[in-house]
Design a protein around this ligand. Structure first.
Ligand code: S3P
Length: 177
């Protein structure tokens, strides 16, 4: 059985869309950790943050990945903060193949402007405030994301067709023997 693949990176980097294409291409199962958490705890991510705070969300996120990470033949789209908590990145590196979808702060911020409603850490930010938040978070997180086994730049991947091509490129590069 082939080991799981973890797509990691900041919000808005295309982990879910690229991950779905990749799963289709390889015949793997696809799991988005945010969706899994919402289903398992029967609460939206925004409600988990609002009711219990970020710490509870991070605890649930960690429980979820510990439960799931040994599933073979699975593509995981992980929440943007997931690998950055404690030793979670070590666990992912050990459990399978990790791929960082790397975006620059300006590109990520402009993409997130369009889809921030369901993302509690940014839903109330826009313009320069959002850009500053992305820059600062990325500065902290990039060294962790960059430990991934492979890195792909996504700034130019701005259409569905290009996301599909990226998924095919990733699939080709995997030695799945
Ligand atoms: C978060 C990213 C989100 C989600 C939550 C917190 C973060 O996932 O887990 O809103 O801290 O970066 P996506 O990266 O899938 O948007």
């Amino acid at each position: 059985m082939r080991s799981p693949i973890f797509l990691i990176g900041f919000m808005g980097s295309g982990k879910s869309t690229v991950g779905r294409h990749l799963a289709d291409h390889l015949g793997f199962r696809f799991i988005d950790t945010d969706v899994f958490i919402e289903t398992r705890f029967r609460e939206r991510i925004t409600d988990i943050f609002a009711r219990y705070g970020e710490e509870t969300f991070r605890r649930r996120e960690r429980m979820a990945i510990e439960e799931l990470m040994s599933m073979p033949e699975t593509i995981f789209a992980t929440g943007g903060g997931l690998p950055c908590q404690g030793d979670t990145m070590d666990l992912l590196l050990e459990a399978g193949h990790t791929i960082y979808l790397r975006g620059s702060a300006p590109v990520l911020a402009s993409r997130l402007e369009l889809c921030k409603r369901t993302r509690p850490t940014i839903r109330d930010k826009s313009g320069d405030e959002l850009l500053d938040f992305v820059k600062q978070s990325l500065e902290r997180r990039a060294p962790i994301y960059s430990r991934a086994h492979a890195v792909y730049d996504i700034d130019e991947v701005d259409t569905v067709a290009k996301e599909r091509l990226l998924a095919e490129e990733i699939a080709r590069s995997l030695d799945l023997g």
